[in-house]
Structure formats: structure tokens, C-alpha cells
Design a protein around this ligand. Sequence first.
Ligand code: ATP
Ligand code: MG
Length: 280
Amino acid sequence: MRVTAKLSGGEGFVTALVMCERRRHIFRVSTGSAELDTLLGGGIESMAITEVFGEFRTGKTQLSHTLCVTAQIPNDTGTYTGGKASHMYLFNFCKVIFIDTENTFRPDRLRAIADRFNLEQEAVLDNVLYTRAFTSEHQLEILDYVAAQFHEEPGIFKLLIVDSVMSLFRVDFSGRGELADRQQRLAQYLSRLQKISEEYNVSIFITNQMTADPGATMSFQADPKKPIGGHILAHASTTRVSLRKGRGETRIAKIYDSPELPENEATFAITAGGIADAKE
Ligand code: ATP
Ligand code: MG
């Protein structure tokens, strides 16, 4: 029997066998830290949305920068494990799109991270398409461009980063009574992201902020801080990871919600060369 693994969405039913064939193409992008990769079951998964959230300076943007580089290093098994590549030459078949809503992308950071992995700086930078979103509406429109790019160069793009996913929605829908509208637009945005991740087999990495739960102090909750975006974002993200500060430059990641990963923790470090394992 012939199994056609058509990757386009919206064609109605497919058999479980076809699904299986599709999912065989899933790859993972290394975070730069072996311990964090293990926590994530091997790295940032394709055909899925991985969300990290945490307070300021917990490393969300630094992780985004690191992934821009590690996504460009394929190994022999077809997974994208940064630093373990046998060949040090980059070809332009592993590209990344970075959508920045906070103006915190620093291309020079990629140079230092490229150095760590012995990669040619210019080649690494040349494979990262960067754009800045200024409003939530703009953030939505950019996905048309993203889909067009992915369509034009099939199989080339491995990773799409949105740093951060909620900040513009938060600004644009900050008034009283606007929450329902915000969540509706957010749902549209996330459903498009999901579709793109599956249709083009890319990893989607989004960062998110936290908020203090106003009811938490009243109820003496142990963990009063929650990611923003409500149940819409909770359901859209395949894997949710919380980040918190550890000693010095170390950070602790914890699986917050995942269909297949246990609720473990991992410690990593933010270094000049990007995210790495913490030294004992
Ligand atoms: P925010 O919520 O404000 O966006 P964030 O989670 O994105 O925060 P990052 O900007 O990723 O936080 O992390 C900031 C941390 O990264 C700081 O603790 C800083 O010391 C560290 N850092 C930034 N650049 C470097 C570098 N070149 N070398 C080592 N550490 C760095
Ligand atoms: Mg940041």
C-alpha cells in the first residue's frame, strides 16, 4: 500500500497511518544545554508550539538568540543538535524567522553564539530573517508573509520565533471590557501558528510574560505567578516551560504543561556563547 505523506493542512480526514508517516519527519532543535534538551525530550519540537514564560531576565530572549544558531546545525540523524555537528560549514538550508515585538533582538549576540559552535558568523546571520511587529494586527499580518516564505522555500525553514507573543496584544487590548476581543484575536493568531507549524514542519518557539494572580495572595497559593494569555494560550502551546532564576547566571526550567513530558526541572546557564549547561 502506498502512503502519501501530504503535509498540507485542511484536506479533511487522514488515516492514522498517514499521520504516523507525517510525524516521522518531526525534528528537534537543541537549546544549547544538554540538560534542558533532555527535559524537553530532545529539544524544541517541530510541528508544535513550545512556549517559555518567566519573569524578566530569566533568559527567554537569550534562549531565542541561541536557537537562531543551533537551528542551523543539522546532524547525521536529521535532528538539529547544536554543537554536535560533524561539519562546520553552513549551507542555506536551515533558516530561521525571528519576530520581535520588544525590540530586544541583537544580531551581534548571534556572532558570539556562532563562535561557540565554530560557525561562520556571516553565514549564520544570513540565515536569520528578522522582522519587528509593532501592533497585534501587524503581528497577525506578518504570518501571511511567514507562510509565503515557507511556501516559497519548502523544507528550508526550521524555526519560527516570536519574542514575545503577548506583549502587543496586552497593549492593544488594555481597556476595560476588551479582554474577550483580545482572546478572540489571540486565538486566531495561535491557530494560524499551529497550522503553519504542521503544514511546513517547523518548530515554533514563543516567549511569554507572567502576571501576578490577584486572587493568589488571598488564597495563599504556593505559585502566585502565572503565564498570561489565559486558557487560549494554554491550549495552543504544545509544551509550556516556566523559567526562574537560580544562583548567579543559572536558570531553572520546569515543564509546566506537556502532553508527553513529566513535570521535571533542568538547570542551565546564560553564557557569552548563549544558553549552555550550568557548570557544577
Ligand atoms: P524580559 O522578560 O525582560 O524580556 P528575558 O527573559 O528575555 O527578560 P533575557 O534578556 O533573555 O531575559 O536574559 C537576560 C539575562 O541574560 C541577564 O541576566 C544577562 O545577564 C544575561 N545576558 C545577556 N547577554 C549576555 C551575554 N552576552 N553574556 C552573558 N549573559 C548575558
Ligand atoms: Mg526578553
